[in-house]
Write a protein that binds this ligand. Structure first.
Ligand code: PGA
Length: 245
């Protein structure tokens, strides 16, 4: 099965710099064996829609509004993202959960909005260092999944991808161990099985994210149950990311 490699640009690059990036990146991933998604700043989506239309590379946003339209200054709706040809959105990234105190209930509403316009969702979950040290990882992941996917029908899960991103591994250089990743992925599938079905758990795509780079990505992709990666910092170098793809 093809691996899914997602790049999360976060708040990096201008549109001009992104254009240069694509000129370098696209020829290198033309015959790639993986599925590729670039999750971009909203400002980059228009250029992505023009440059990626005839390629195999998909793109999406890094967040969407909890609202669908109206007087919400500074917000961007799922529909606006979809309108530009995006097919994915990240939801529940720990940087947003932390800075904006985004709750699991808000993550759930955003997922409902995204699915409503046919955007695929990359749902980020993961424990903090304190939670890990207190052996609460499994409980935290369960709660995040239970609430985020509340009210969804099983057939909607084909548009959900879960990214296990331990907060303490994001942008820190501290990658989770293979054992930790394997355990987390097992927990995730167990929760999906309890909430939906065994079949749904088997089919669920699960990514790992957190300090992935050239030196470690191969061994992470070999961890049982891992279907791909959510790459932050390392995706900003077109050569490096193309190699990972
Ligand atoms: P990182 O970020 O690869 O820079 O650790 C991953 C992410 O936040 O998605």
């Amino acid at each position: 099965m093809k691996k899914l490699i997602v790049g999360n640009f976060k708040m990096n690059t201008t549109v001009k710099e992104f254009a240069v990036y694509l000129d370098k990146f696209l020829p290198k991933v033309k015959d790639s064996k993986s599925d590729v998604v670039l999750c971009l700043p909203y400002t980059h989506l228009m250029l992505a829609s023009q440059k990626l239309v005839s390629t195999e590379v998909n793109f999406g946003s890094q967040n969407i509004s909890i609202d669908t339209s109206g007087a919400h200054t500074g917000e961007v709706s799922a529909n606006m993202v979809k309108d530009l040809g995006a097919t994915y959105t990240i939801i529940g990234h720990s940087e947003i959960r932390k800075r904006f105190k985004e709750t699991n209930e808000q993550v759930n509403q955003k997922i409902i909005n995204a699915l409503g316009v046919n955007l695929k969702v990359i749902l980020c979950i993961g424990e903090t260092k304190t939670e890990k040290n207190a052996n609460k990882t499994a409980a935290v992941l369960k709660k995040q999944i239970d609430i985020a996917l509340k009210g969804l029908y099983e057939n909607e899960l084909k548009n959900i991808i879960i990214a296990y991103e331990p907060c303490w591994a994001i942008g820190t250089g501290n990658v989770a161990s293979s054992k930790d990743i394997e355990n987390a992925v097992k927990t995730i599938r167990k929760v999906i099985e309890e909430d939906f079905s065994e079949k749904a758990a088997e089919k669920m795509l699960v990514l790992y994210g957190g300090s992935t780079k050239l030196e470690n990505f191969n061994s992470i992709l070999k961890v049982k149950g891992v279907n791909g990666l959510l790459v932050g910092g390392a995706c900003l170098d077109a050569d490096v990311f193309a190699k990972m793809v």
